[in-house]
Write a protein that binds this ligand. Structure first.
Ligand code: XBP
Ligand code: MG
Length: 254
């Protein structure tokens, strides 16, 4: 048995995007005349809730900000504006993928592995990130993109990974998921998929024990990853070859 597909999360895994999301939320609050500002500390707490609309509703319910009731009815509209802002801001350039991401994507595609995305973020956010970081048309590298509201229940529910598996037409054990957060690892694992975690700015202290391995990033030959637990000890960068060796020796943490 070998892995036939890699399924990537987006936010925190392909790129460090959460500060760009936070900026887009805050700018949109300003546009709507709201005196709301999500600091890094508040955002770190809110990130436990995946999905922008769900995060705003959670903020209203738990932080009880001014104008809460006015916004409750227009969360969808506010979030649409936030997505438009995020896309405009990302279109300004300067988007960088995390270490090893582009190398592994290109290597896997060249080796005939299939590529997919499973994310809670909205589809336009995925497209602009891939276009900006990998060049126009880069979404074509990914055979399946399962994103945002395509499923009813967002991570840590397994739905978005189950959708990706269905669209790939593959069983869970033919795939490796790459994630950065507790919610993401739980989502993939609940779908039965072996999951590699690479920690990101906002998730490095999260409980990632259900991952097959926890690394700082995917690494480059001249910029090795840090190994935190599970697979990857003594290695420097994640390659297709290494992934297939892990596949042969795998035993998932329970
Ligand atoms: C990422 C998210 C997303 C973004 C915001 O989680 O939670 O909600 O923060 O995106 P993951 P939207 O990386 O686990 O998929 O505002 O478009 O929902
Ligand atoms: Mg993530």
């Amino acid at each position: 048995m070998t892995f036939q597909a890699l399924i990537f999360d987006v936010d925190g895994t392909l790129a460090e995007t959460e500060e760009a999301h936070r900026r887009a939320f805050n700018e949109t609050f300003g546009d709507f005349g709201l005196d709301w500002h999500w600091s890094r500390a508040v955002y770190a707490d809110l990130l436990k809730i995946t999905g922008g609309k769900e995060r705003i509703r959670h903020f209203i319910d738990h932080y009880r900000p001014e104008d809460a009731e006015r916004v409750r009815d227009i969360v969808g509209q506010l979030h649409q504006e936030k997505t438009a802002r995020y896309v405009r801001n990302m279109g300004g350039g300067g988007v960088r993928l995390r270490p090893g991401v582009e190398r592994l994507i290109r290597e896997a595609a060249a080796a005939g592995m299939r590529l997919a995305i499973a994310t809670t973020t909205s589809l336009p956010n995925v497209k602009i990130l891939l276009d900006e970081a990998l060049g126009a048309g880069a979404t074509g590298l990914f055979e399946v993109i399962a994103a945002g509201d395509m499923v009813a229940a967002k991570k840590p529910a397994p739905d978005v990974y189950l959708l990706a598996l269905e669209r790939l037409g593959l069983p869970a054990d033919a795939c490796l998921a790459i994630e950065d957060s507790y919610n993401g690892v739980m989502s993939a694992r609940r779908a039965g998929i072996t999951t590699l975690a690479t920690t990101s700015d906002y998730t490095r202290l999260e409980d990632l024990r259900y991952a097959f391995g926890v690394l700082s990033d995917l690494g480059e030959p001249d910029a090795p990853f840090l190994h935190f637990s599970g697979v990857g000890a003594g290695e420097s960068h994640v390659t297709v070859d290494l992934i297939q060796r892990w596949c042969h020796g795998r035993a998932m943490p329970q």
